[in-house]
Ligand binder design. Structure first.
Ligand code: 5GP
Length: 125
């Protein structure tokens, strides 16, 4: 079920628990601003999620409330992850699902990195 992005941040969401180390993840990158780990149900040969360390429900919440330094640090981290994964050479796709129409399921902002194959159509359905 998609989330309601107007709900306050829920500290018990699955990515908050991964950030606190209460649940495991297959980590690929971490710095002061972001944590990146493999998606549990990969939809491409490379499918990694990058999440900010701060408590932000969605892209909307993040771009509204995060400090400039957090936004810059997070954007830089996403780029660092793509280079560490080695997908920068062939190219990759970034995706952020936001709220109901975006079909966002986990209420902590995450950027999907897809890579490792050729993508064609922008929107599947
Ligand atoms: P959304 O639809 O919210 O943009 O995507 C949520 C993503 O989180 C999905 O691709 C889903 O497979 C992934 N996911 C959900 N629960 C977990 C989990 O516990 N661990 C990991 N690594 N990924 C998860």
């Amino acid at each position: 079920m998609p989330i309601d992005p107007r709900e306050p941040y829920d500290d018990s969401n699955i990515f908050a628990r991964i950030l606190r180390g209460e649940l495991p993840c297959n980590k690929v990158y971490e710095d002061d601003y972001a944590l990146a780990f493999h998606d549990i149900r990969p939809q491409a040969p490379v499918h990694v999620l990058v999440i900010p360390k701060g408590a932000y429900v969605s892209w909307d919440d993040f771009t509204l409330k995060a400090l400039d330094g957090e936004i810059a640090g997070f954007m830089r981290a996403v780029g660092n992850v793509t280079r560490e994964l080695g997908v920068d050479d062939q190219g990759y796709r970034l995706m952020v699902n936001m709220g109901g129409h975006g079909h966002q399921e986990v209420p902590h902002l995450h950027v999907h990195i897809f890579g490792g194959r050729q993508f064609r159509f922008m929107i599947a359905d």
